[in-house]
Design a protein around this ligand. Sequence first.
Ligand code: TXA
Ligand code: MG
Length: 310
Amino acid sequence: MTVEEAAHLIIRGDVVAFPTETVYGLGADARNPAAVSKIFSLKGRPGDNPLIVHLSGRPQVSDFVAVVPPEAEKLMKKCWPGPLTIIFKKKPDVLDLITSGLPTVALRVPDHSLALALIQLTGPLVAPSANKSGRPSPTKPEHIRRDFGDDVPILDGGVCSIGLESTVIDLSKKPFTLLRPGKYTREQLSNIIGNDITYEPQTSVKPRSPGLKYSHYQPEAKVRWFHTEKNYDKNRTLLITHHDHPDGYPNHMHYSQDFDRMARELYDQFRSADFNRLTTILIEPIPDSSSHPMIAALKNRIDKAVGQEP
Ligand code: TXA
Ligand code: MG
């Protein structure tokens, strides 16, 4: 499918999956309520989990936001296009369906030529990750086909370069808060705005980002940090390490401290383990002392996949 064909479908009210630098999104016209509600039903997404609006550039922000704080100007200038979602106070006419009735709206400009070309033709697109609710986000077209079969047309952009979802920062009120870690770290963002950013741990009882309360990123196989290993069948286990080389695991991915590659491939590893009918995914714990920028995001997604179970 070409960008023009994808745009045509979206303009007539359909939903189309398209690539971004983070993960694939399931896109619909942000001004068409019927199209936006299709996204919720296709994904099986709870209505109280709002959507990110994807823009092709800074000028479109004014369609959604009346007052842009100076800190946001700095972030947009440095980080867009790029893997940063900013939460603003919304204009009253932004669809409640998009924001789940919240007084805020999430905006981002993706750093991907196909995504930008598409949005230039269609205007702003709402786009959650293009997976069924609760499943790992898709980083290549076959992941989308696995979740949706032929129900969703796909604009093919190959493999996503980052592999984990965008950083989400809330600038709608002070103190500014990091809601989801991603490729842009809290430190990088604080340096740009010259202000501290608090981090709202995702376990909080009343999450500010509604999506944080739902289970996420989960393959069928149990995901566990390696130190909690019990007596798992090694033949039905995928071991993912970045440092150690333990013996006796026939399915072993070793990342030699390449955390960018580990982030890019994590969800594909989760999905491949399911495809190969493995029952357990064991991941070597990542030390806090490690200063690589992807580590906060990696640990966060793995912790969420591990969930509450022992
Ligand atoms: O990298 C990404 O951000 C990908 C690509 C496709 O752009 N999109 C993505 O969308 O991850 P989704 O829907 O899977 O995750 C959006 C997150 C959810 O946790 C949601 O609750 C939060 O952003 N969010 C959206 N609007 C919000 C708002 N107004 N206030 C707080 N959190 C919001
Ligand atoms: Mg998602």
